[in-house]
Design a protein around this ligand. Structure first.
Ligand SMILES: Cc1cc2nc3c(=O)[nH]c(=O)nc-3n(C[C@H](O)[C@H](O)[C@H](O)COP(=O)(O)OP(=O)(O)OC[C@H]3O[C@@H](n4cnc5c(N)ncnc54)[C@H](O)[C@@H]3O)c2cc1C
Ligand code: SF4
Length: 319
């Protein structure tokens, strides 16, 4: 376990100011951050951990002028069980419910969920055993020649094939949510990605090292639209999505955001929902399996077929 100092922020702006030293990280539920500190996954772990949990009024779910507002410190359990979210923004409630286990959902927050680090097995190896280029400027990608069965089927941003591990990310992208930080308001569709040059190579999103998520804003669905989240993982509980699909159907059209298949949620709008199977084929038409020759029985082709079925099931259920 890495030794670290502990500081308490009493506002999001104070947390952002404390982050400016470039050697600190904020902590919300701690279910991802502490896992990384214990495993010593990265050479860039924080020297100081800044606690967000004492910030007043940072955990809430409310509707204002037709917009659902969720404080960054709201737990996944609170989102999954909230009546308004369940009824009107079902895809988000189901995505929050799909995360890990009850214990982790009771601790884990929505802010932490969309700011968690990648789950690539090489990136997460203890004591930085595989110094890949998400952590080291002179590193390489081990998935290209190694185990790639959990990785992207849509290519890799900047040569990294780690998928976006967040369950709520595809739901927020499908819903057209906004993410309000201490610096700006992001469209969820623009929020996720990676940029080696900006020194945020270990992030799954574009936020700066001194930027903190304050609130998620979700516009109301069109009248008559229905939504759902489908997830496939090897285990029924406590497992990240191998493939997931956040789907909204409005009449003959669907919006689909795929999870677990690319570095970011993969968004498709105006999908023809009249033929659910064809919609699944359409979303994966450009998918290409990885196969690395140096490891036996190693390909992620299975993700493509599973993904098509998830989209088909979601649309069939919603029509
Ligand atoms: C066994 C296990 C299984 C898991 N399964 C899943 C799963 O199925 N699906 C899934 O999506 N996740 C899963 N997770 C990951 C994690 O539990 C969740 O993503 C959780 O929502 C993280 O929230 P947290 O509040 O605990 O984040 P923390 O651990 O507190 O923080 C995570 C990261 O986000 C940053 N951060 C936290 N809050 C903010 C903020 N407001 N602004 C900016 N940065 C912030 C932290 O600095 C840290 O880098 C799993 C974790 C474990 C240990
Ligand atoms: S897929 Fe990305 S995180 Fe995994 S080893 Fe390759 S560069 Fe590193």
């Amino acid at each position: 376990m890495k030794d670290f100092k502990h500081a308490v922020a009493t506002s999001f702006d104070e947390a952002a100011t404390l982050l400016a030293d470039g050697k600190s990280a904020v902590i919300a539920g701690g279910t991802d951050l502490i896992y990384g500190m214990k495993g010593m996954h990265s050479p860039n772990l924080a020297d100081t951990v800044i606690d967000l949990k004492r910030i007043p009024d940072a955990s809430y779910i409310k509707e204002e002028n037709g917009v659902l507002k969720i404080g960054a410190l709201t737990t996944l359990t609170e989102i999954a069980e909230n009546e308004t979210v369940l009824k009107k923004y079902t895809v988000l409630a189901e995505a929050a419910k799909a995360v890990a286990s009850p214990e982790l959902r009771n601790m884990g927050t929505i802010g932490g969920n969309i700011c968690q680090k990648p789950r690539c097995i090489y990136y997460r190896n203890e004591h930085d055993a595989f110094p890949c280029f998400r952590k080291h400027s002179d590193g390489k990608c081990y998935a290209i020649t190694g185990v790639c069965r959990y990785h992207s089927v849509f290519g890799g941003l900047g040569g990294c094939f780690a998928v976006c591990p967040s369950d709520t990310a595809p739901a927020l992208v499908a819903l057209g949510a906004k993410i309000v930080t201490t610096k700006k308001t992001w469209e969820a569709a623009d929020f996720f990605g990676l940029d080696q040059k900006k020194f945020n190579g270990e992030n799954i999103n574009w936020i700066d090292a001194d930027e903190v998520v304050k609130e998620i804003q979700v516009p109301a669905l069109a009248s008559g639209a229905k939504s759902t989240y489908k997830k496939y993982a090897f285990r029924k509980a406590i497992d990240f999505p191998l493939v997931s699909a956040a789907v909204i159907v409005n009449g003959s059209k669907a919006t689909v955001a795929l999870g677990g298949v690319y570095n970011t949620p993969k968004l498709f709008t105006d999908v023809d929902a009249s033929d659910a199977a064809a919609a699944g084929e359409f979303c994966f038409a450009k998918a290409k399996a990885m196969k690395s020759a140096q490891v036996d029985n190693n390909s992620n082709a299975y993700k493509i077929q599973i993904g098509k079925v998830l989209v088909k099931r979601a649309i069939t259920e919603l029509k």
